[in-house]
Design a protein around this ligand. Structure first.
Ligand code: ATP
Ligand code: MG
Length: 285
């Protein structure tokens, strides 16, 4: 096909050799199937910021660490400079999240770099090698629905252990590969520790999955995994191997706000230390 303008620079730089076909053009991005040497991959081209709503991003930005106070102020103010900086921050967030989550063992496409504003990543395929269907497009048996739910809840736990919440998890941001569900679409990923709306977003993410998969396995409607994992996370007791039950007793007693705050601060410090570790490791590379 004729090379889209946004991908020409990647061809010129030798990052990709050929654009094979468009895969999907969504609200925020256009995704293309590309060839790099012998590998077929996909390239996500972010749509112009002007085409998207700017203010709706602000709540997602809350709690995200931004280098330098000028940058942080600019993003807050939505000035022209701020708009430009946020566009960069927004686009980089997905790439950063993919690298971080992939390293943590979360089932996400393998990232192959970010060039000229384009994310190049593994093309998730089905067993025949065609681009994988979205979870929202497939029919499931009750067993499959239960299994996918367990796998996806696990991915949400692993993400939370990295201090991250997807923020837009739905059957349309999960692909079904031969080995099961793969989570995609991370530009709006939120920090679990620093965002006031984090709990609601986590519960919404888990509820979206439960509501969908519950169609095939209605017993899932009786589960409370989001509430359960958040309670563990807040108490500093959520670990990558934490066994969840799906049961949750809503606590009617007064919450001990100090210990909640301490746990959140601790998680935030830990995330910062890990981030600094990654930055130091990246510099050493
Ligand atoms: N790594 C991938 N492998 C296979 N298909 C992919 C991959 N990434 C994205 N897609 C396809 O492209 C579509 C759009 O990607 P994505 O959800 O990341 O962007 P988006 O613009 O935010 O989309 P939307 O607004 O529809 O949610 C996906 O629904 C999926 O069908
Ligand atoms: Mg999407």
């Amino acid at each position: 096909m004729k090379t889209p303008t946004a991908l020409q620079a990647l061809i010129d730089d030798g990052v990709i050799d050929e654009v094979l076909r468009p895969l999907k053009s969504g609200k925020e991005a256009a995704v293309f199937v590309v060839r790099s040497g012998d590998d077929v991959r996909c390239a996500k081209v972010y749509k112009d910021m002007a085409q998207r709503s700017f203010q709706q991003r602000v709540q997602y930005q809350e709690g995200r660490k931004v280098r330098g106070s000028r940058e942080a102020r600019a993003i807050g103010k939505a000035s022209k400079y701020g708009r430009k900086q946020q566009e960069t921050a927004w686009k980089n967030t997905e790439v950063d999240a993919l690298y971080q989550l992939r390293e943590a063992g979360v089932r996400v496409p393998e990232p192959h770099g970010y060039f000229h504003g384009v994310l190049v990543m593994e093309l998730v395929t089905d067993a025949e090698g065609f681009s994988a269907p979205r979870l929202g497009e497939v029919e499931l048996s009750p067993e499959q629905a239960r299994e996918f739910h367990a796998v996806l809840v696990r991915q949400v736990v692993l993400m939370l252990c990295c201090g991250l919440i997807h923020g837009d998890l739905s059957p349309y941001n999960v692909l079904v590969g031969p080995e099961g569900p793969v989570v995609i679409d991370f530009p709006q990923v939120v920090s679990a520790a620093g965002n006031n709306a984090a709990r609601q977003m986590l519960l919404r993410d888990v509820n979206n999955l439960t509501a969908y998969l519950g169609r095939w396995a209605p017993e899932l409607f009786e589960t409370w995994y989001g509430e359960e994992m958040w309670a563990l996370f807040e108490a500093g007791d959520l670990h990558t191997d934490s066994a969840l039950t799906g049961k949750f007793t809503h606590d009617e007693r007064r919450v001990d706000l100090d210990s909640v705050r301490d746990a959140i601060n601790e998680a935030r410090d830990e995330a910062l230390i890990r981030q600094q570790g990654r930055e130091a490791a990246a510099l050493a590379d």
